[in-house]
Design a protein around this ligand. Structure first.
Ligand SMILES: *Cc1c(COP(=O)(O)O)cnc(C)c1O
Length: 363
């Protein structure tokens, strides 16, 4: 927590506005809109997953429709496709940003068109905060006139060529879950380019009421709005965002130094200065067939937790039978990679312990 969260939460309680209306929601959305700039309209919702679900509804995704989705991601990216009984078509990553491979994407689009149905949406992800190949992916989305959804759930503050991620998609999604760069406990936001899209997002996320006076409904809606208490936390957290990005990026600097002479480890880093990652998580790839379980065990001996990278969606039992385009680079990432401790609260003492393992035990 940064400092002002409690003050804003108190405001919600003092004014008896703890539900889905109130000044914290308005101010939190305003601060996000100021952050993203004039071209962005923000709807605060109960989670990033909810925002993805609403985004697909806004693009009229229905039963049997194709939705193209990056395979290398957390399951929350792909689940909303199944909520709508639509058909995911998974696409591999490229090795520069670990995000959607443009060539494989184009193959997937052609496959869908050949099947007689142009995909209703493309969902691209920003893995561990890293911007995707923005120009190539946007160009394919424009060429085939397929709307782009940016799953920036973990990438608040990341930029491509000095433009904030979350502003490239027709619709973009942010998460404020407890593990993300700033949090509301649980929460998310949908960012749209047009004001009327925000009106639609609000409508769908507050039970799709035809009119306020009577209980009339002609469409399926959801109860997905953020509440005014959570928004109070978000409002306070927004004031700390720049500092949190700086701290995450400092963790990356630390890892760069810690692995620089280690021939068995490659730290996942921006391909060049066009890509500005918030480095939400720091991840590594093990080289020379160095076994990742071996590294995990060595960290574990010193009571340091490491985690696996995302297991690609096309390898999950849940998505068995759906198409996948690419050469399974994302499967190789899963097999050879690990996430290292990356919190904004990492102390110098913890860094020294991590560095010790990296420099003395992995050769
Ligand atoms: C966290 C995350 C989500 C889901 O957000 P929630 O707010 O937890 O629902 C979706 N996609 C990615 C890439 C994420 O990291």
């Amino acid at each position: 927590m940064g400092g002002n969260e409690l003050r804003y939460v108190h405001q919600a309680l003092d004014t008896n506005r703890i539900s889905q209306y109130g000044s914290n929601i308005d101010e939190f959305e305003n601060s996000l809109e100021n952050y993203f700039g004039s071209n962005s309209h923000v709807t605060a919702l109960s989670s990033g997953t909810a925002a993805l679900h609403v985004a697909l509804r806004m693009l009229n995704v229905e039963k049997g429709d194709f939705v193209i989705c990056q395979s290398f991601t957390f399951v929350a990216t792909a689940n909303p496709i199944l909520y709508l009984n639509a058909v995911p078509v998974f696409v591999d990553s490229e090795n520069q940003t670990w995000n959607m491979c443009p060539e494989a994407l184009e193959d997937a689009v052609k496959y869908c068109i050949q099947k007689g149905k142009k995909p209703k949406a493309i969902i691209v992800v920003l893995s561990y905060g890293m911007p995707f190949m923005v120009e190539e992916i946007v160009q394919i989305s424009k060429k085939y006139e397929i709307p782009l959804i940016e799953d920036s759930a973990a990438a608040l503050g990341s930029k491509y060529k000095d433009q904030l991620c979350g502003t490239f998609g027709d619709l973009s999604v942010i998460s404020f879950n407890g593990n993300k760069i700033i949090t509301t406990g649980g929460g998310g936001a949908l960012i749209s380019r047009k004001g009327e899209d925000k009106t639609r997002a609000l409508f769908l996320s507050t039970q799709a009421k035809d009119g306020m006076e009577f209980y009339g409904h002609s469409e399926i809606g959801y109860n997905y709005r953020m509440d005014n208490v959570a928004a109070g936390i978000g409002r306070g957290q927004m004031e700390t965002l720049e500092e949190k990005i700086m701290l995450r990026r400092k963790n990356h600097d630390f890892y760069q130094e810690a692995v620089k002479d280690n021939e068995n480890i490659e730290l996942f880093s921006a391909p060049n200065s066009d890509f500005f990652s918030n480095y939400w998580l720091n991840t590594i790839i093990l080289k020379n067939n160095f076994p990742k379980e071996n590294l995990r065990a060595k960290f574990s001996e010193d009571n340091i937790e490491t985690r696996y990278l995302w297991k690609p969606m096309h390898l999950q039992p849940l998505f068995k039978g759906y198409e996948f385009f690419g050469n399974n680079l994302c499967g190789t990432l899963f097999d050879t990679g690990l996430c290292l401790p990356s919190g904004t609260n990492l102390t110098d003492e913890s860094r020294n312990r991590i560095s010790e393992v990296l420099q003395t035990k992995i050769h």
